[in-house]
Design a protein around this ligand. Structure first.
Ligand code: PMP
Length: 377
């Protein structure tokens, strides 16, 4: 209504108790010259791929009078082929499920294996959406700590599992926002400790794995029907705008998530676009190599400037320390004043910077150097 004043606040509405007083996920989307805050791939898609997407979407457009392939079989087959080729572990169509971003994959997993009366456990600091999606699906949330260096201690993890008896456990590797990967032995310790209590779904969130120095944990799926690996095309494939996430797991898990997925959840346009992107995997993975080199350069230069940098296997770097209760916040603002947007993830005394293009990273490093001079000058 034109001119109508908004008088109702969320808390005036009969929202569910657990949503009262809460804030939505919200990385600031600010219009600044250098945006290094949401772990996106900075490279636009190459022209040849844009052309292929256009062709594929054009074909799909003719059939938009019909619902899309509900089971996304062609896409799941292409994703399975990609996983097999890059991990050496045989993955078939029946092992793969796809949805609108890995956030939706995680939501479907929590709708299936979590929900009211059940709990999920994560090792924090980690990806904040795990707990938010738990809340949205009525799943209780328990957090266990990481070590001071942000690695995951198998003994602490085991104790937390024994104490909380979760139905779902999240292990993010490489972890966001800290960047470090979790070794396979630790994931196995977590998995085995959880199964010793009760059948527990263990979700390994590998959103950033293509940027890792090591390898995917996919081979661990063999013989472990409650282990799930979630992946995304938002980072390595440079397709955050596409909203395409997927999982690999035992075919029974794939069957189980069908119980909660909305019919035709993945549009024909998204399926066509993702298929086109997968045809260009090799080109896209070359950008990943460039970003890994840039990530390592950022880490080396920040270390040389005297910062403490968390070893990163992802396309971002966590650095600090910034002293004082709002030290990270204040440094974030000062970088923003220099036209550089990074992320204040809420980890005390730390900020996270996404590896951008060489020019963007230079602008960030110039700003850091300028701030250092201002500080000492
Ligand atoms: N997992 C992790 C660890 C992430 O950092 C992100 C995105 N920032 C996601 C999952 C979700 O990605 P998407 O929904 O774009 O696939």
């Amino acid at each position: 209504m034109a001119g109508a004043r908004r008088v109702t606040r969320i808390d005036d509405l009969p929202v569910r108790d657990e949503l009262r007083g809460k804030s939505p996920y919200g990385a600031p989307q600010l219009d600044v010259p250098v945006r290094l805050n949401t772990n996106e791939n900075p490279y636009p898609l190459p022209d040849a791929l844009v052309d292929r997407i256009t062709e594929r979407v054009r074909e799909a457009a003719r059939d938009l009078n019909r619902y899309p392939d509900r089971d996304a079989v062609e896409l799941r087959t292409a994703l399975a082929r990609y996983l097999t080729r890059t991990s050496g572990h045989e993955v078939t169509t029946a092992h793969v499920w796809a949805a609108n971003g890995s956030n939706e994959v995680i939501q479907q997993l929590l709708q299936t294996f979590g929900g009211p009366g059940r709990t999920a456990l994560g090792f924090e600091p980690s990806y904040s959406m795990h707990s938010l999606i738990a809340r949205g699906t009525g799943t209780g949330w328990r957090a266990a700590p990481r070590r001071a260096d942000f690695s995951l201690d198998p003994d602490t993890a085991t104790r937390a599992i024994t104490e909380h008896r979760p139905d779902v456990v999240f292990v993010t590797s490489p972890n966001n926002p800290t960047g470090n990967a979790v070794p396979a032995e630790t994931v196995l310790a977590v998995h085995d400790a959880a199964q010793a209590v009760k059948p527990t779904v263990v979700i390994v969130d590998e959103a950033y794995v293509e940027f890792s120095h090591g390898t995917s944990l996919l081979p661990l799926l063999a013989g472990r029907p409650l282990l799930v690996v979630s992946r995304t095309m938002s980072k390595a494939f440079g397709a955050a705008g596409l909203r395409l996430g997927y999982l690999a797991a035992d075919p029974a898990v794939v069957d189980a998530v069908q119980l909660v997925r909305l019919p035709y959840h993945l549009s024909a346009v998204a399926q066509a676009t993702a298929l086109a992107a997968l045809e260009h995997t090799d080109t896209l993975l070359k950008y990943v190599e460039r970003l890994k080199a840039e990530r390592d350069r950022l880490a080396a230069e920040l270390t040389a400037l005297g910062y403490d940098v968390t070893a990163s296997d992802a396309n971002f770097v966590q650095f600090g320390p910034f002293e004082g209760p709002d030290g990270a916040r204040r440094y974030w603002q000062r970088l923003l004043d220099h036209g550089v947007l990074v992320r204040d993830t809420g980890v005390p005394g730390r900020l996270r910077v996404t590896a951008g293009t060489p020019e963007e990273n230079d602008a960030f490093l110039d700003a850091v150097r300028a701030l250092k001079k201002e500080h000492s000058g």
